[in-house]
Design a protein around this ligand. Structure first.
Ligand SMILES: [Zn+2]
Length: 313
């Protein structure tokens, strides 16, 4: 098999030729083109996020580095992350006022810090790097193909979780404890679930899945004329949604929950009413960022295993 065969195999129906600088034919101009467009797009996105208060300065730097790397590996990876970033940022700001009380429980506000960016984006980045290595080293094509679906799942997971949290907080009804649905908990409690929130999680996972499938089809990476590809796309979306449930279960069990010594409120904060809080449940080291990272890793890892098995069959 020569190099051209490999490319044809990977891009079944390239409707739009999007740039992938490390694919043959190599050229300096192509590399410059991808680097310049990637820098411009990511600069604008990050400027907007800083202006609107979606990201802290450090988070913006991390987002810029991740976004540029994803764009340069393959625009699909960037688009998927961008859909998550834009939709969840807008949703987070939507009823900032209404959910003020609920946010008092959460450790952080609606401005994302660098830990949140890394917790939500690093598995998607790892999958993109696996994709790049598989192409560069001319490894069997099921590896690069499975990496595409895994990165979609790894980003669908935090999108589902963010949508569930944001829409769930708007619910008039109190959330129920995921480990015992008969028990009601305070709005904003990790491990609390609502019907509206769960429906939003499905929608959030679907949005990222559809965005990934469309850009995948446009760039010839996912061939939706083949039934098998629909199944693989569906697995990515399903695992993204499932990961948001895993997120809730981990949130209810091992995530550290603290209680204020002064006002008695349960919170994820280490300090409340200007005094250190007391650990009442879970492990103190495991905060919401660790839980989100684990959920994204679950989505990406399980999707890689399942799709690789199907593709290598
Ligand atoms: Zn307090």
């Amino acid at each position: 098999m020569d190099e051209n065969e490999t490319i044809k195999h990977d891009r079944a129906f390239p409707l739009v030729m999007l740039p992938t600088w490390f694919m043959p034919p190599f050229s300096l101009w192509r590399w410059i083109y991808v680097a310049v467009t990637g820098t411009a797009i990511n600069y604008l996105a990050v400027r907007w996020a800083l202006l609107k208060g979606h990201l802290t300065r450090q988070a913006a730097l991390a987002a810029f580095a991740i976004g540029l790397t994803l764009w340069m590996i393959e625009p699909l990876f960037f688009v998927v992350l961008f859909v998550f970033f834009a939709s969840s940022s807008l949703l987070s700001k939507l009823n900032a006022q209404k959910k003020k009380t609920a946010q008092d429980k959460a450790a952080k506000g609606s401005t994302r810090d660098v830990h949140q960016v890394l917790a939500n984006g690093s598995i998607g980045l790892v999958m993109a790097i696996i994709y790049a290595i598989a192409l560069f080293a001319v490894l069997p094509s099921w590896i690069s193909h499975a990496a595409i679906f895994s990165s979609i799942a790894a980003i669908a997971a935090p999108n589902a979780d963010t949508w569930a949290t944001e829409v769930g907080m708007m619910s008039a009804k109190k959330p129920r404890w995921i480990l015992d649905l008969h028990v009601q908990v305070e709005t904003g409690t990790s491990g609390g679930v609502t019907l509206r929130g769960t429906t939003a999680a499905v929608a959030g996972a679907l949005l990222v899945m559809i965005a990934g499938a469309l850009i995948g089809m446009l760039s010839g990476l996912i061939n939706l004329l083949v039934a098998k590809e629909w199944i693989l796309v569906g697995i990515a979306g399903a695992m993204g949604f499932l990961a948001s449930l895993v997120d809730s279960v981990i949130g209810a069990t091992v995530q550290g929950t603290f209680q204020c010594q002064t006002c008695g409120k349960e919170t994820e904060k280490r300090i409340h009413c200007s005094l250190p809080t007391r650990l009442v449940r879970g492990k103190g080291m495991i905060d919401n960022d660790v839980v989100n990272f684990l959920a994204s890793a679950f989505a990406g890892g399980s999707t890689f295993l399942i799709t690789a098995l199907i593709l290598a069959w």
